[in-house]
Design a protein around this ligand. Structure first.
Ligand code: AMP
Ligand code: MG
Length: 398
């Protein structure tokens, strides 16, 4: 009995678990998911400092056109220790430099006239003008990056400011990829009549990388027991094993049989979807095993809809499913099956909102339509035909 799409995806997600954490250095954090809440270990800024190049003054001295004696200079990076702004004086200061004692306002240089060691103020000055106070950005102890946040440049900037050389993030799953089939040869090899280039290893590897996991390409295993067994054994050492081809009902479709021999418990085989229907899923210990159909279009769509959410869950992401949007159909979209149908479409933003149009021939053998598509339209089994102007659920694909 084949599973419905939602049943199959639920079984996969129930068996996918967030991996443990590891410590990673600042320069390698891009796109990683933080494992724990990060509480600010210190105040930012660290001390009161100047927001402008100008003069540190006493507000009480600052009537319009007041002239003050310049007594000192604090460049960026210098300490203000031992420097005091005394009545009737000003201390020259650069942006970011610490505020000296006695100072309760900064006057930007552009609001002054400087002659030798005298500065005249030609604008009104308010108390605390242009002073960035200690902790005014982030206070010590504040939970500023909650667990499970995806680290973007902004978060990484903050972690660097906290002076944390190592940061706890969720480990990236290792995903073994195995292409099976007697007909397959690697790109660049001599191609005999009837042979097929293994393209799935490459599309799957890049799709794995895109979600922050680590592909381990095992190459091609021909449809004989020993080669397949050997590669399956290696693949089962990974966090996830993805095989492509050899799961339909063909004579040499050995993959499921050999996975079972290797101790993989099959949790389902066949889903009521098109493409991707023959997909099988199982587990051995903590290793998830996806057996995708060999057809390139089927393997890419099955990966997108079934493997991708599992990998995103493992890397600790909250947003594991693609967002589903509604688009207005242009032309017609047909589901000739009684299955959940993924149609390759082009979705464009128009003044009337999103519009979805078939990207071409929907036969699963046609890779061109996949290349042309920027989205999948998802038709449930009951949706047989959507006419122009009707609404359809779509997901943009990367
Ligand atoms: P199968 O799932 O074994 O019935 O294969 C379905 C189709 O996908 C056949 O035309 C295969 O030649 C093709 N195919 C299988 N594996 C690959 C692969 N790794 N790269 C490209 N095409 C493949
Ligand atoms: Mg085959």
């Amino acid at each position: 009995m084949s599973k419905s799409f939602i049943e199959a995806r639920n079984i996969i997600l129930e068996n996918s678990h967030v991996l443990n954490s590891e410590s990673v250095s600042l320069e390698d954090l891009g796109g990683r998911v933080i494992a724990t809440d990060i509480n600010a270990p210190l105040d930012l800024p660290r001390w009161d400092n100047s927001e402008m190049d100008g003069f540190a003054v006493r507000h009480a001295d600052c009537h319009l056109l007041a002239t003050l004696q310049i007594t000192d200079y604090i460049p960026a990076g210098a300490t203000a220790t031992g420097i005091t702004v005394r009545p009737g004086t000003a201390v020259k200061i650069m942006t970011g430099a610490p505020i000296p004692a006695g100072c309760d306002a900064i006057v930007p240089i552009e609001n002054t006239i400087v002659k030798a060691d005298l500065v005249t103020l030609n604008q009104a000055v308010e108390l605390n003008d242009y002073i960035r106070f200690k902790g005014s950005d982030i206070g010590i102890g504040e939970t500023i990056i909650p667990a499970k946040t995806v680290l973007r440049p902004a978060e990484i900037n903050l972690l660097a400011s906290f002076s944390c050389p190592q940061v706890p993030v969720i480990r990236r799953p290792i995903v073994a990829i195995l292409s099976t089939g007697d007909e397959l040869v690697a790109p660049g090899s001599k191609l005999n009549h009837g042979q097929v280039i293994d393209s799935n290893s490459y599309s799957l590897a890049v799709a794995v990388k895109e979600v922050g996991a680590i592909p381990q390409v095992l190459g091609i295993a021909h449809d004989n027991h020993s080669r397949l067994q050997e590669k399956i054994a290696i693949g089962l050492e990974a966090d996830v094993l993805i095989t492509s081809a050899g799961v339909s009902a063909g004579d040499r479709d050995l993959v499921r049989e050999l996975l079972a021999d290797a101790g993989v418990e099959q949790l389902f085989w066949k889903i009521n979807i098109k493409p991707g229907g023959p997909t099988a899923f199982g587990c051995k210990g903590d290793t998830l095993v996806f057996s995708l159909p060999g057809n390139p279009v089927s393997s890419m769509i099955a990966f997108d809809q079934l493997v991708r959410p599992a990998l995103l869950k493992m890397v600790g992401r909250n947003d594991i499913l693609r967002s589903t949007l509604q688009a207005t159909v242009k032309g017609t979209l047909v589901n000739e099956t009684a299955k959940t149908r993924f149609l390759r479409v082009r979705v464009e933003q128009t003044s009337a909102g999103l519009v979805a149009e078939s990207a071409g021939d929907q036969n699963t053998g046609i890779v061109r339509t996949m290349v042309k598509a920027n989205a999948l339209a998802i038709l449930v089994p009951e949706q047989k035909k959507l006419k122009a102007g009707e609404l359809v659920n779509v997901q943009f694909i990367g």
